[in-house]
Design a protein. Sequence first.
Length: 443
Amino acid sequence: MARLRYKTVVDRFAQQIQAGQLAPGTRLPTHRQLAAREGMSLVTATRVYAELQAMGLVSGETGRGTYVRAITLTPGHGTDQHVVAADMIDLNFNYPSLPQQAELLRHALRQLSTSGDLASLLRYQPYGGRAHDRAVMAQYLAHRGLIVDAGQILIVNGAQDGLAITVMARLNPGDVVAVDALTYPGFRVLADMLHLELVPIPADNHGPDIAALEKLCRSRRIKAIYTMPTMNNPLGWVMSENHRQQLVAVARKYSLLIIEDAAYAFLVDDAPAPIAQLAPDITIYITGFSKNVAAGLRVGLVAAPPAHIASLERAIRATTWSTPGVMTAMTIEWIRDGTVLQLEREKREDAQYRQAMARKILAGISCVGHPSSYFLWIPLAEEVRADQIAMALMREQISVSTAEPFATTVHVPHAIRLALGSVTPDVLQSALERVRHCVMSYA
């Protein structure tokens, strides 16, 4: 009988939420209030909310209560989000593009079509890429301040693929990985699929709390640390050289593998040396050409210590088998003729322009971000819920991300992240004005 009453309460709440009778952001009765109202025990009332939370209908927040979630938001509203509708303004994902890139592709395809090497690109490539291509990649990394031998480079199908093969090759299910409290959602997805345990490190606007990391290492058996030291996603901070040295010292003390994600590092001019340069024997460096060149160019690279190369190649064989020959050939030519570095310079300027525009339009609203970043983090006031803002903006045909996909802590902060690089400047300006109006209306 008690079980029947418990299920009836769950079903009633679910029906009311799905029918829109309980609006997103509605605060539900406390556990004790629910127990008293329904004539059930406190334990049973807790089970009601736990089941509703497992269904994705409510969210419970320590010290704040239980709230109805915006169930029309796609799951996570980040990495797991479906492609947005054609009439939706996408401020969720970043795929920065410049007007001349289509013509660059036409020219590259024409050149490739007359290449004497064309037939070889239709065959399987060596697991880590051809020796010549790896040598060109090594020259490119030198511009990033990373000096490595060509034999330490593996060409992969984008930076996300580089992260995947790194995790597959160097970590095992159940391993514990330290990450920033707010981190790249793509790594969270990998960790979930490969059964890694992520433990959060508190961070400020300058990087992870090194003392907290060391305390964590003393209490847990940490196997690796995943970090974006140059242009953290989503907060945009750049770790100082001293901060990097401290992180390396902790990693050496506790035998940690460092996984350095440099997907957005090109946006920072004169950045400190990569961690892989400071600690080449314990760091795997990963980057790609989706953000600095084009999202459809699924080419990336992994630079690793020589001792790790064999296991990384094995992971490539188990997943994609070889590098993407045609796409890699175009990327290599663009590196050789200076196109990549030119695009990086232009995109730094573009990001700075967009960031300045956003700061001007959103004046008076708390914003966190680097002056050269393609994204902006907006922490919300304590009484404002992120899913309410995201839902309101969706009604305005604007797609944004909440903090949920980025958070590795139990408590998810109420904030939204704006991707600034995926729409034209005039569309961005209009969208930002609507974001401002929406955020201010809830303040």
